[in-house]
Design a protein around this ligand. Structure first.
Ligand code: PLP
Length: 432
């Protein structure tokens, strides 16, 4: 599909990978199924850049799916992880590192009185759902169409981007009996939520929601949606789980649901709080979280959970996140969106929608910015494909899927912004 990218070494590495790794990847979206062509294989990263195995440099607008908020190999984070590693990689026993990171999260998120660390966002949401079920004594969980909460069985129903681009409405290997406990409503549709509650009285343990939906392109909550959701949960005795695996500490120091009028009982984190290493966390009121063993009857454990290296990287990351970092991210993202939009207008490119929240950008080729998964489904895939490959040729790495979110890092300098704008303006000429 693309002429020059990737280079010969990337191609050879990807061929080699396919002989050992399923599909050559450890996570499906990396295989470029949604955009066609051969994945770029990367050798290293620094600041806002990645270099592939052919030595070619890319401005990275994926940032490990949002995890690399400070950019790649941020010196303070690498130093902290190195320092911790010299004293042991994992104890499988308590260490002060865990409490240090937990205190930072607790102080930044008012609703979190107790939390627990795990090793991925998937584990965090899966465990939060288990806590909600243990606390309420109910079985059902309500999620939204196109909401992604990791790949645990019960949450893989209608789960957005990665699953959607593989054209799987669901996943094989998930028993119908498990998905039967999952209820699905359209995002931004309070009336549907109300009807669902009424159809399943006293059986919904939790509603799990991305306060800003970032796995079906970028979909903002309609005014009143999250407030209404909080109200309905309360009225029906269900817990509200805010899945902030993407949004937590990316948009502000803490969670975003508190700023959007929601009252969540449990909140999940991942991505940014590990500074680029594998992590997840979930927390909430002490009364709720204390159903967990060793205090309560809900079991959840992890051999490597809270290990010092990840905790140290997370602490160093959070310690770098002052208001000026978020202001810079906001300024850069706002400028990028404004200049891309102007380029599109000048070129007469139609049905090109940009949405933005902080440093998260939705690049959407379609009739209007999506408000639900159904609307996200109207994306004009061939146009995104052309845009993606033109950007890749120009050395800008975008998400290899039209339904993912684009992320800026705090490491971007003004010249990087110019580079992204100019590449975008050239790429827009090719999309039709
Ligand atoms: C990425 C993501 C997850 C899953 O996290 P992993 O670390 O990939 O398991 C869960 N929820 C949301 C909202 C996410 O974006």
């Amino acid at each position: 599909m693309s002429a020059r990218t990737p280079g010969p070494r990337s191609r050879a590495e990807y061929r080699r990978a396919q002989r050992s790794l399923v599909g050559g990847v450890d996570s499906p979206v990396r295989a470029f199924t949604a955009v066609g062509g051969t994945p770029v294989v990367f050798a290293r990263g620094r600041g806002p850049y990645l270099w592939d195995v052919d030595g070619r440099r890319y401005l990275d607008l994926v940032g490990s799916w949002g995890a690399a908020l400070l950019g790649h190999a941020a010196p303070a984070v690498v130093r902290a992880a190195n320092r911790a590693a010299r004293h042991g990689l994992s104890f499988g026993a308590p260490s002060p590192y865990e409490t240090d990171l937990a205190e930072r999260i607790r102080h930044a998120v008012p609703g979190v009185e107790r939390l627990r660390f795990v090793n991925s966002g998937t584990e965090a949401v899966m465990s939060a759902v288990r806590v909600a079920r243990g606390f309420t004594g109910r079985a059902k969980v309500l999620k939204f169409d196109g909401g992604y909460h990791g790949h645990s069985d019960g949450l893989l129903a209608r789960a957005g981007s990665g699953v959607a681009t593989q054209s799987l409405a669901d996943s094989a290997g998930v028993p119908a009996s498990i998905v039967a406990e999952t209820l699905v409503a359209p995002y931004n549709d309070l009336e549907a939520v109300r009807r669902t509650f009424e159809a399943h009285p006293e059986s919904v343990a939790a509603v799990v929601v991305e306060p800003i939906a970032a796995n079906m392109n970028l979909v903002l909550p309609a005014p009143g949606f999250l407030e209404g959701l909080s109200r309905l949960c309360r009225a029906h005795g269900a817990l509200l789980i805010a899945d902030e695996v993407i949004t937590g500490f990316r948009l502000r120091r803490g969670a975003i649901y508190t700023k959007l009028g929601a009252r969540a009982d449990l909140v999940t984190f991942g991505k940014v709080i590990g500074g680029g290493l594998p992590i997840g966390a979930y927390g909430g009121r002490a009364e709720v979280m204390e159903v967990l063993a060793p205090l309560g009857p809900v079991y959840q454990a992890g051999t490597l959970s809270g290990n010092p290296v990840v905790m140290a990287a997370g602490i160093a990351t959070l310690d770098a996140l002052g208001p000026e970092v978020y202001r810079r991210l906001e300024r850069n993202a706002d400028a990028l969106v404004g200049r891309w939009a102007r380029a599109a207008r000048d070129l007469g490119v139609e049905r090109f929608q940009l949405s933005r929240v902080g440093s998260m950008i939705g690049v959407f080729f379609g009739p209007s910015p999506p408000r639900s998964y159904t609307e996200a489904g109207q994306v004009e895939r061939p146009r995104y494909r052309r845009f993606f490959h033109a950007m890749l040729e120009a050395g800008v790495y975008l998400p290899p899927s039209p339904l993912e979110t684009t992320f800026l890092s705090a490491a971007m300098a003004p010249r990087d912004l110019d580079e992204a704008v100019e590449a975008g303006a050239r790429a827009l000429r090719t999309v039709g």
